[in-house]
Design a protein around this ligand. Structure first.
Ligand code: GCU
Length: 575
């Protein structure tokens, strides 16, 4: 799904700002609230509602939003779509009292054609949001505390995952115009032959329309035209994309009817290849090692809402430490985050919102359908980013169950059919007997040696990790990325000798694990859990409702571990 843009053929209009809001504790709003909320109060969009309002932290809805708008001058009568970047979790949308439809699942965009429903002036947009936790939702909540369903940790709110279940309209809501029969989708694949970059683009279009494509940038302009939906552009002496040279070109797609251009879309692209070869991960046929983090879209007051300054700050912190990569744990991040990854040269493992999955019968069919929907929506949205080098199907599924293997096989095949170019993986806390490891292209392991296992015994933890890595590699002969490792540190807590929860213990754990990982040539990635402290549901392990495994605090200040990492990673050449 293409992001709205403004050019002579298209315009976009951001509805972000102060909207009106009302909780619906008796769930009675469907009777009439689509025509206007009876007693609303102001609320910022985009942002979660949980921290903006003093009485709403643990309230997961349902709740209603409304805003009024008039169309920009000259828009009335054009083709117009209404696009939501992310609403968590379930959204129902009405325009001028008419129901447009619904979307399930946060973190991924959805849109409606409102051409025949929007007025020139005095439009009322109403959204009902339900963020309640249920066993048949993904990610799930309110599940039994037994090993078949969960890690057995009692939490409030009862998430089956370790981050706060923030609710609301989390990313921009936009209106945009586009020409009839305009450009609706672009799929780009790049290859490299010697010094020539090959750009292949597929653009669905009407038969009587000519497709014109231009690649511009790095001192070249290459144009081609075709009557078909597929076009190939060879770029001589291509400047390839990599973390150290994040060269981008503009791919300008135009649709031409009877010699007249009637639509245009400009997509930044990077010429690069990515593939697994034996125990290596090759970017442009050169082995790469990922250094970086898991993180969360999380910040005080805005919750999971997109805040551009925080996006920039997190990139600054990652660069300061010497990272070249991150995983979108545990859901696809904003388009803004990925655009910047392309531009700044970060390698991204893009993960679906499938966290806390379990395979007991209750709600399984629904969870399975949702996971397939998420794979489709994530790939449709993110397939053209050079920064995205792998798809992650899930995080830490409770996958002892044999059903899990066929479940993930279907998701893996689906991802491969939608995008044959990128490796597909999932992040697992399970051992080598995990049946999915046999078909995944690369193995992502979450490991907490010295913390959750071999607690407080780092020497032993490193021995166990060393042995386990060798065993997994001997069995599967696939590259391994450690997608989580680390320890909790309360900022300002110090201990010598290092003790759990001190900044020293966290720094030591991370440094010792990295030493192990650096000694294994088949380990192609090290992602510390995590970049910054983040808010969670309340539970006995989470002091103040915060996960303190960040190497930076939630306010983005460094702990000892951040300095230690910087010394380790900045001394190495980043590939
Ligand atoms: C898991 C999980 C994370 C979680 C982490 C932790 O491995 O993937 O979401 O936050 O453990 O316990 O800190």
């Amino acid at each position: 799904m293409l992001y709205p843009q403004t050019n002579p053929f298209r315009q976009s209009f951001d509805l972000s700002g102060i909207w009106e809001f009302q909780f619906d504790p008796d769930d009675c709003g469907r009777t009439s609230w689509m025509n206007g909320l009876p007693a609303p109060r102001p609320l910022a969009v985009p942002a979660s509602w949980n921290e903006q309002l003093v009485d709403a932290r643990d309230n997961l809805g349902p709740a209603w939003y409304q805003t009024r708008f008039r169309l920009p001058w000259g828009w009335y009568g054009q083709h117009i779509r209404l696009r939501f970047g992310s609403v968590n979790y379930l959204a129902d949308v009405w325009l001028n009292g008419e129901w447009l439809g619904w979307h399930e699942g946060g973190h991924l965009p959805f849109e409606f054609d409102v051409t025949t429903r929007v007025r020139d002036d005095n439009n009322l947009l109403v959204v009902r949001v339900d963020g309640n936790l249920m066993a048949n939702r993904v990610p799930p909540g309110n599940v039994p505390l037994d090993p078949q369903h969960s890690f057995g940790v009692a939490r409030y709110p009862a998430t089956n995952f370790d981050f706060f279940p923030y609710c609301g309209i989390h990313r921009p809501v936009m209106l945009y115009t586009l020409p009839p029969y305009g450009i609706d989708d672009i799929t780009v694949i790049t290859e490299i032959e010697g010094t020539t970059g090959i750009v292949r683009a597929r653009v669905p279009k009407p038969d009587d329309v000519t497709l014109r494509a231009t690649v511009r940038g790095n001192n070249v302009v290459v144009t081609s035209e075709t009557a078909s939906a597929d076009i190939v552009l060879p770029i001589p002496h291509a400047h390839v994309w990599s973390p150290t040279t994040p060269n981008l070109y503009d791919l300008i797609i135009e649709l031409v009817r009877a010699g007249v251009v009637y639509d245009r879309y400009t997509l930044p692209i990077g010429i690069r290849t990515i593939r697994v070869d034996g125990s290596a991960l090759l970017l442009n046929d050169t082995p790469i090692v990922l250094r970086g983090f898991g993180r969360h879209e999380d910040f005080p007051i805005v919750g999971r809402g997109m805040l551009s300054a925080v996006t920039i700050k997190d990139y600054e912190l990652m660069r300061w430490v010497g990272a070249n990569s991150f995983r979108t744990s545990h859901y696809p991040y904003s388009e803004q985050m990925l655009d910047l990854a392309d531009r700044l040269g970060f390698l991204v493992i893009d993960e679906t919102p499938a966290v806390g999955l379990f395979f007991a019968e209750d709600g399984l069919a629904k969870r399975f359908a949702l996971c397939q929907q998420y794979v489709r929506e994530m790939i449709a949205r993110d397939k053209n980013h050079p920064s995205v080098i792998a798809w992650s199907l899930a995080n830490e599924p409770h996958a002892h169950d044999p059903t899990a293997v066929s479940f993930f096989r279907v998701l893996y095949d689906l991802a491969k059919s939608l995008d044959p170019t990128r490796p597909v993986t999932l992040a697992s806390h399970l051992d080598a007997n995990n049946g999915s490891f046999g078909f995944l292209d690369l193995l992502c392991l979450n490991r907490y040696n010295g913390w959750k296992s071999e607690t407080a015994q780092l020497d032993l933890g490193c021995q166990v990790l060393t042995r386990e890595l060798d065993e997994v590699y001997a069995r599967y002969h696939k590259p391994i990325i450690i997608t989580e490792f680390g320890a909790e540190a309360l900022p300002g807590c110090h201990a010598e000798p290092p003790a759990m929860f001190s900044e020293e213990y966290q720094a030591e754990t991370i440094a010792r694990v990295i030493q192990v990982l650096n000694s294994k040539p088949y380990v192609v990635g090290q992602h510390v859990w995590c970049l910054c402290d983040f808010k969670t549901s309340q539970e006995v392990r989470r002091v103040g409702g915060i996960n303190h495994k960040g190497v930076f605090t939630r306010e983005r200040q460094p702990k000892l571990a951040a300095h230690r990492l910087r010394a380790l990673w900045r001394n190495d050449a980043l590939t």
